[in-house]
Design a protein around this ligand. Structure first.
Ligand SMILES: C[S@@+](CC[C@H](N)C(=O)[O-])C[C@H]1O[C@@H](n2cnc3c(N)ncnc32)[C@H](O)[C@@H]1O
Length: 432
């Protein structure tokens, strides 16, 4: 089969880790001299290793955090211990044992999911790593936290529980694509996350390329798209990261979610009898790994896309004008940008203070932060709207204030509700 199956299936395609590295190489070839490029490539490899390591250590960190919680309880004075439920204080009680076994099962199940994922990318899983006695370093808290974020994104994108979020976020984009974009057009989905929106667009009959730069996300999307072959194939336990915070019952924290709600190949209709034949009518489906601007600002991408469609992505830019200009350049004349999401600004950083004597002072004080936190320009919609028009778009639809969740916990006591700006903009057609 043309494109579509080749891109989605592992057996015909280089592993995702190779793809990602290559996207980076391409990127560095443009921007750096050879020495820098070598150094950057080494750093990139190191980063990939760290990401894999964090997935391998997910259960170990979870067990440690649980043990730490138990230790804190044990250290309470006797008077306080006496008023706590047995489920927290008495290891011999049935209630305590039940909770322990539920927690252990959840940790093991999550680790099983990540181990299958690592294996499918040709990387040693946690068991193999232990058996072979490989050297390792403990992961950073940030990387471990990202493994939990991946689980929550799995719920959002590939579970029945995530349907409400998908309707809120992806629904308006899919409707707009059906309304405006000609069949056969090429659509780019930047900030693709775990690939659900990209897959659904492809299922409508469009050629799609998702783009994502997080290796945590890329490893997982590759696994779901290529290797999940049965509905509800995996149990994951996404909610126990923060132990008892903002929750009602212990069992709410340790509840399971089944993944996937639908098999990607079935969604894409790849499992029909003709799916192994070359079929020119099948739309392409691929994932481009790497930074959005680095990949798509390249001249080879100019005027190559009929539409860019994204959810919760534009505010991931340190400077939204740069993303909008890149999108304008990559679109054909008359091409569409459609976006849905808040203006939360992912890189929003610290404010300058009266005792910061100069910009250099400010930068030096925050040298430990990613530079993007210091560069972020957070603009209101009114200003973003002006930029769109100044760059050369006509705004043809605009809806402000639709509410949406992002990886919310249905049974949790604390969830953020975003008010979104949904818009469709059309690249002006200039007389040549
Ligand atoms: C808030 S999440 C939204 C994910 C998905 N669109 C959804 O709605 O669930 C933003 C995504 O954009 C990705 N991202 C952020 N900056 C990026 C960049 N410069 N290039 C490619 N991907 C990027 C992040 O890794 C993350 O997966």
């Amino acid at each position: 089969m043309k494109g579509k199956r080749d891109e989605v299936c592992n057996e015909h395609h280089p592993s995702l880790i190779e793809q990602a590295s290559r996207a980076q190489e391409k990127n560095h070839d443009h921007n750096n001299d050879e020495n820098d490029s070598d150094g950057d490539r080494r750093q990139e490899q190191k980063h990939i290793q760290e990401v894999c390591e964090s997935f391998r250590q997910h259960a170990t960190f979870a067990r440690c955090a649980r043990n730490g919680h138990n230790m804190r309880v044990k250290r309470l004075p006797k008077s306080m211990l006496s008023v706590l439920p047995k489920a927290l204080t008495d290891p011999e009680s049935d209630e305590y044992k039940l909770r322990e076994s539920i927690a252990k099962n959840a940790e093991i199940r999550n680790q099983f999911f990540f181990d299958c994922m690592l294996n499918s990318s040709g990387v040693e899983n946690s068991q193999e790593f232990q058996q072979e006695g490989f050297q390792f370093e403990w992961s950073s808290d940030e990387n471990i936290s990202k493994t939990f974020s991946v689980l929550k994104s799995l719920v959002r994108e590939w579970s029945a529980e995530g349907k409400i979020e998908r309707c809120q976020c992806n629904g308006p984009l899919l409707d707009a694509i059906k309304k405006y974009v000609a069949k056969g057009s090429r659509i780019c989905v930047p900030g693709a996350g775990l690939g659900r929106l990209a897959t659904e667009i492809c299922a409508l009959g469009y050629s799609v390329q998702g783009n994502e730069f997080s290796f945590h996300m890329l490893l997982c999307s590759s696994f779901v798209l290529n290797s999940c072959i049965k509905e509800k194939q995996f149990e994951i336990y996404p909610y126990f990261q923060s132990v008892g915070r903002n929750s009602n019952k212990f069992f709410d924290i340790y509840r399971k979610v089944l993944i996937p709600d639908v098999v990607p190949h079935v969604l894409l209709n790849l499992d029909n009898e003709h799916s192994d034949e070359e079929d020119e009518s099948m739309p392409d489906f691929s994932m481009a790994a790497g930074d959005f601007v680095s990949i798509y600002s390249d001249e080879s991408q100019h005027r190559k896309w009929g539409c860019v469609s994204c959810a919760f992505f534009l505010d991931a830019a340190p400077c939204i004008a740069e993303y909008l200009q890149t999108i304008h350049d990559m679109l054909e004349d008359g091409g569409y940008l459609m976006s849905n999401g808040p203006l939360h600004y992912h890189w929003s950083g610290p404010d300058v203070r009266p005792d910061d004597k100069s910009w250099e002072d400010f930068e030096t004080k925050h040298h430990h932060l990613d530079k993007r936190y210091l560069a972020s320009i957070d603009l209101c919609w009114e200003d973003v709207r002006s930029i769109l028009i100044n760059i050369g778009f006509d705004l043809i639809e605009e809806r402000i204030g639709d509410t949406a969740f992002y990886t919310h916990n249905d049974l949790g006591f604390c969830n953020t509700v975003y008010k979104c700006i949904f818009f469709v903009a059309k690249k002006k057609i200039y007389d040549s």
